[in-house]
Design a protein around this ligand. Sequence first.
Ligand code: HEC
Length: 101
Amino acid sequence: MSADPRSARARVAIQRTFIGSVVALSIAFGVAAHAATAPAAAPSGAYTTAQAAQGGSVYAANCASCHAANLSGGSGPALTGPAFAKSIDANYKTAAQLYDS
Ligand code: HEC
């Protein structure tokens, strides 16, 4: 851990990209799964298709090597499923924590 504020800012920026990608992908996968069973519209407030696609590109370039293209995990843990949901619930109780931690 460095006390250099530039490092802290960079870390926050990376975390935002990190979490934003996962959230966008989770929503994209969730919407896809939902669409398979019910032809309902995306929930209001969800990411747009373009935003989800952008998050998907960031994920493919920076994350899929360890977490797998379909989020199922590899050298890193799965970013979907019950264990992931439990971890997110335990570690990020509010949206603000995603950005302020
Ligand atoms: C070099 C391999 C590697 C890459 C690349 C990588 N991760 Fe990870 N990731 C891990 C490992 C290992 C863990 C588990 C250890 C930890 O939490 O520090 C982890 C943990 C996580 C967690 C926490 C999972 C949980 O259950 O709480 C999230 C979310 C995550 N990664 C998302 C991402 C995203 C988004 C990217 C791309 C921006 C990414 N990771 C890139 C290896 C990687």
